[in-house]
Ligand binder design. Sequence first.
Ligand SMILES: Nc1ncnc2c1ncn2[C@@H]1O[C@H](COP(=O)(O)OP(=O)(O)OP(=O)(O)O)[C@@H](O)[C@H]1O
Ligand SMILES: [Mg+2]
Length: 232
Amino acid sequence: MNEPAKVLEVCKLVKSYHSLSGDVRVLRGIHFTLFGGDTVSIRGESGCGKTTLLNSLSLLDKPDSGEVFWRDVEYASKGNDRIAKQRAHFIGFIFQFHYLVPELTVLENVLLAVRIGGERVTTAKKRLARDLLTRVGLQKRMDALPFSLSGGEAQRVAIARALINQPPLIIADEPTGNLDEDTAESIFSLLMSLCEEHGTSLILVTHNPNFAQRTRRQFSLHHGKLEEITGT
Ligand SMILES: Nc1ncnc2c1ncn2[C@@H]1O[C@H](COP(=O)(O)OP(=O)(O)OP(=O)(O)O)[C@@H](O)[C@H]1O
Ligand SMILES: [Mg+2]
């Protein structure tokens, strides 16, 4: 049987922040490999560096040292323009807050991600955007403006937006942290189902142990190191 393809690999990742009160070494040598279709959760106490780790993996913020491979290409050593161009196709992001553009409709918000990825909004892309919005249950809200959406609906738009460029990887930082329990459950289940349907890998940061246990692999970030939680 063929080994599944590597989607992401990081080696010896180190990241510090410099402040007036001194340097804080947040990531102290992270090693991590993610394969195609894998779902992974990362837990850890507030302030332990989970968002820092996601920002480093996605090179939104460059690590001090270490290597970041997207598929088989090392990107940490590349220039910001090249990274940004590749990132738009390689990673879809979902955050705790949806960051929809208030002046754009639901459909336009999803299609904006196509433009940011440097591509034209073709008829096929529009069809894909409508299909994704239908899949997340927003077929009747495509022309709505973000202010009129509930928190759960806005997060559904964010999921469709994250998938529109058909990236191999979704990075989600506390995507349900701002939602009530039932809405959080439906958003989490939707995200897991969509990743499975599209064969998309998922890295999910969550404080919710119930969600964390439902990903295929589980990690904990502690004292700047990532540890895989095995067996129960
Ligand atoms: N831009 C920055 N400048 C200085 N320090 C920072 C910066 N960003 C984060 N930190 C510090 O780095 C540490 C890790 O922060 P990070 O946001 O990664 O934690 P987190 O695990 O995501 O926390 P939470 O669960 O609350 O979201 C914290 O001590 C934080 O104060
Ligand atoms: Mg965080």
